[in-house]
Design a protein around this ligand. Structure first.
Ligand code: FAD
Length: 309
């Protein structure tokens, strides 16, 4: 196997991808490309990369402007695998890189196996309703990796390796202004307990009832996609599922959520799943470890009383 490249939009992603590369590499060299400064590149070395290049955010171009330079280098050096963050930014970069390299690209690859014959990867189809497993013997294959799919170990500051900066070729797009995103108020990924709000909660004002229970048990509050995307009751960062956040909390309580595959995908790795849904037969109830077949408001009020006791 030739080199494995990792392309990350920040340091936490670079660490996850370095862990993925270490698992898949079979001793092949890992070369990292990380958005940031020299410290970001050195961090990638400390987490297992043999070589690392910083890709600083250009003043007047989007970060994705590195794509042609990366494609040019990959075309010459022909890494076996290019692993990218499954973040919005890197998903976009992955598809453009794949097109420039005329290489196969797998989104959110799972069960990845690498052999002399090539790479086998499973990906989801139909919004998570089916899984497709495909193999490729292409010279270079690109795979985007989910944030929770590989856990990185501690940094080893004694590691050393070549550190550089990738020069930017012509961007093609000029950034005329930047404004910060409204800060995300919750870190669902770090929460041990999460309450998910679904369309069964019909009034925005009722969120206060759910937040009271969340506060009492030390949980964060997330939601299903319609609550964030259509009703706008919560920021889009708060919705859970295949196209939102994928979580691994100790406890997930779904409140008025039907449990469609696209939502369930985001919490299927929770240790314990509880569903509160008045429809006993709902998918969420069927897939939960425990379910309460009741009106959510009655159930949440009773749970809050019990916790307060
Ligand atoms: C490509 C694609 C990607 C998608 N990605 C995502 C994603 O990432 N995340 C996501 O969440 N969705 C996603 N969706 C949408 C998904 O398919 C569902 O439509 C969505 O999850 C449904 O949200 P919900 O469960 O809140 O609402 P509903 O499906 O309307 O369910 C509401 C539930 O509340 C229950 N209920 C009603 N009243 C009460 C009450 N008083 N007390 C208790 N229970 C009550 C009902 O029995 C019902 O089960 C995606 C869809 C597509 C096509």
């Amino acid at each position: 196997m030739r080199d494995i490249w990792i392309i990350a939009e920040n340091t936490p992603w670079a660490r996850t991808l370095a862990a993925a590369a270490a698992t898949l590499s079979k001793g092949a060299k890992t070369i990292a490309f990380v958005n940031g400064d020299e410290a970001a590149a050195k961090d990638a070395i400390a987490h297992g990369a043999a070589e690392a290049y910083s890709l600083p955010l250009p003043a007047d171009a989007p970060w994705e402007a590195y794509t042609p330079a990366l494609a040019d280098k990959a075309g010459k050096e022909k890494p076996s695998l290019i692993l990218l963050s499954a973040s919005r930014r890197c998903r976009d970069m992955a598809s453009r890189l794949a097109a420039l390299l005329d290489a196969p690209c797998f989104s959110e690859g799972k069960n990845i196996t690498v052999s002399d014959a090539g790479v086998t990867v499973s990906t989801m189809l139909y919004g998570g309703l089916a899984v497709k497993t495909a193999a490729t013997s292409a010279e270079t294959a690109l795979i985007t990796i989910g944030a929770k799919d590989f856990e990185h170990g501690a940094a080893d500051p004694s590691r050393s390796g070549k550190v550089g900066t990738l020069p930017l070729s012509s961007a093609g797009v000029t950034v005329t202004g930047r404004k910060p995103r409204v800060a995300q108020t919750v870190d669902l990924g770090a929460a041990a307990k999460v309450l998910g709000v679904g369309r069964g909660v019909s009034e925005q004002g009722d969120l206060v009832v759910i937040r009271n229970l969340a506060k009492a048990i030390g949980a964060e509050v997330g939601c299903s996609r319609p609550i964030a995307e259509f009703f706008k009751w919560m920021p889009e960062e708060c919705y859970i599922g295949i196209s939102g956040q994928q979580l691994k909390p100790q406890l997930y309580i779904a409140v008025g959520i039907s449990g469609q595959a696209q939502h369930y995908f985001g919490i299927r790795d929770a240790r314990t799943i509880v569903s509160i849904n008045k429809d006993k037969e709902s998918l969420m109830n069927q897939n939960a470890d425990y379910f309460i077949p009741a009106d959510w408001k009655d159930a949440v009020t009773e749970l809050l009383k019990a916790v307060q006791k």
